[in-house]
Design a protein around this ligand. Structure first.
Ligand code: ADP
Ligand code: GLC
Length: 483
């Protein structure tokens, strides 16, 4: 199979969240299954610095973008054998800041041009119009940033099959009407059955409405987005397309996320010998200047600080535990200024019990996975979630809300599952700080029963969420579409 995989972020080149992890590991897993998969992404300035040797393979003038000659650079995704194409349009992509936002935190005003051009380029590659003599069987587009590509391809008679993956329905790529005009899209598409969404241009509708098949990143989320509560206004359209919508659970790249090999840790460990985990906990406590007690349960959280992740629920539910000295808490993340401030206030009130890192830190994310006893993910919604799967492998028991991929990957330690020995964490239902506080109380009670806790840890460490199975599921889908 020849697969063109299009994404706006790919680890280790650039990452704002799980999309980057998936966009690195899934193509590598497909490659291991001996398929000809190639990744295409924008050539942000920081990506050019990290991508290694690059060769200029084409120069294109895309229709509708007279101001931007595009150079296509060819290389290899670092750490893999996956061919990589970088879309170099310097005026649009070589900027400071992250892929979507300026350094002041506001979205780039011309994101519709940036990702409109990205979609045009994907279309041209897919139709072998860049002079590369390679034509994919399937084009796999991810999230709204690549959302217009399935639409553009749908207008061609002879074209590859298209798959669109929703990693997060909350981010839709909505722009004012002038963006639609600027992109020279066919006028009939300004319609609720086209790209119009409540008076705005919706990039994600280009994927959801026009791809041959739609996937999302867990079976439970695939059902949830069909409801008005979780459909973000698109549940009508998604129900209309439910026949071609499936949920495929993300995997974990255990070459990056394995406590037995993790280069970010002071000590490595495995299910056979957990002593290194205690050293990782001490190192984490030391890093955050917390008392180095081995017996006090350490709660951890890593994530984007946005309403989705429920970090506000965690800060509220944890406060009484910090006040009573019953637990320590370490939080690593950044995002909404108000949430960051709430976290800072709590850390200032309990410096002896709480550690906080506002910002992005790959090493700290690994060190926290290893050093914490309990990983808390009280997400209001979670399409898949990767950190709970990392936690399982690191013997760090996850406490998660019963939603999306969290529901699909964690088995609640209720009496029945404890008895059966297959419990791996704690789940709770309501998105309230009280429900989370109750779940944390259950977790702490189990923590203080060492034999039971160890069984939970080991059951989690034995779980296998490697990419192989998910990659097979994507392949089966691709084959189906091509035949
Ligand atoms: P999402 O994609 O919604 O952010 P996921 O759980 O799928 O959630 O993936 C988040 C990824 O981003 C994980 O690999 C996590 O470790 C990482 N991450 C998030 N915030 C930070 C941070 N502040 N520092 C380091 N890694 C982070
Ligand atoms: C999104 C989701 C997250 C998912 C990730 C990768 O950012 O919020 O749940 O794991 O994409 O698919």
């Amino acid at each position: 199979m020849r697969i063109l995989f299009a994404s706006s972020e790919v680890h280790p080149l650039i990452k704002t969240g799980g999309l980057a992890d998936v966009s690195a590991s899934l193509p590598q897993a497909l490659k291991r299954l001996r398929h000809d998969v190639r990744v295409v992404m924008p050539a942000y300035g920081s990506v050019l610095d990290k991508a290694g040797d690059l060769e200029q393979v084409a120069t294109l003038q895309l229709p509708g973008f007279p101001d931007d000659a595009v150079t296509l650079l060819s290389g290899t995704l670092p750490g893999s054998r996956v061919p990589l194409w970088l879309v170099d349009a310097p005026r649009l992509f070589r900027r400071a800041g992250d892929p979507y936002r300026a350094p002041n935190g506001h979205d780039w005003q011309d994101n519709y041009l940036r990702f409109g051009l990205f979609a045009r380029l994907i279309e041209h590659l897919a139709l072998d119009r860049a002079g590369l003599e390679w034509r994919p069987d399937v084009v796999h587009c991810n999230d709204w940033q690549a959302g217009l590509a399935p639409l553009m391809l749908s207008m061609h008679e002879s074209r590859p099959a298209t798959v669109f993956t929703i990693h997060n329905l909350a981010y839709q790529g909505l722009f004012p009407r002038h963006a639609f005009d600027a992109l020279n899209l066919p006028p009939h598409l300004w319609h609720y059955q086209g790209l119009e969404f409540h008076g705005k241009l919706s990039f994600i509708k280009g994927g959801i409405g026009f791809a041959d098949h739609i996937t999302t990143v867990s079976p439970t989320y695939a059902r949830e987005i069909l409801t008005p509560q979780q459909g973000f206004g698109l549940d009508g359209l998604l129900n209309h397309r439910a026949g071609v919508l499936t949920g495929i659970l993300n995997g974990v790249d255990y070459r990056e996320w394995d406590p037995g090999k993790d280069k970010h840790l002071v000590a490595r460990y495995s299910a056979d010998d957990l002593s290194g985990k205690a050293r990782c906990k001490a190192a984490l406590q030391h890093h955050f200047k917390l008392p180095c007690h081995s017996g006090i349960p350490l709660l951890g959280h890593v994530g984007r600080m946005v309403a989705q992740k429920g970090v506000d629920l965690l800060l509220k539910a944890a406060e009484p535990l910090l006040a009573a000295g019953e637990a320590q808490l370490v939080v690593v993340g950044s995002g909404d200024a108000a949430l960051e401030q709430t976290a800072r206030n709590l850390a200032q009130r309990y410096p002896e019990h709480m550690g906080l890192h506002i910002g992005y830190s790959e090493p700290l994310a690994h060190q926290l996975e290893a050093g914490a006893d309990i990983f808390v993910m009280p997400s209001r919604f979670e399409p898949c979630g990767l950190n709970q799967m990392y936690s399982l492998r690191y013997g760090t028991v996850p406490v998660v809300r019963n939603t999306g991929g969290l529901a699909d990957t964690v088995v609640d330690a209720d009496p029945e599952h404890l008895e059966a020995g297959d419990a791996t964490g704690i789940q709770f239902d309501e998105a309230t700080s009280q429900a989370l506080a109750d779940a944390l109380a259950r977790a702490l009670a189990l923590y203080h029963d060492p034999a039971c806790w160890k069984r939970l840890m080991l059951a989690g460490m034995a779980q296998d969420f490697s990419w192989g199975r998910s990659a097979e599921a994507y392949l089966a889908l691709y084959k189906d579409l091509v035949s």
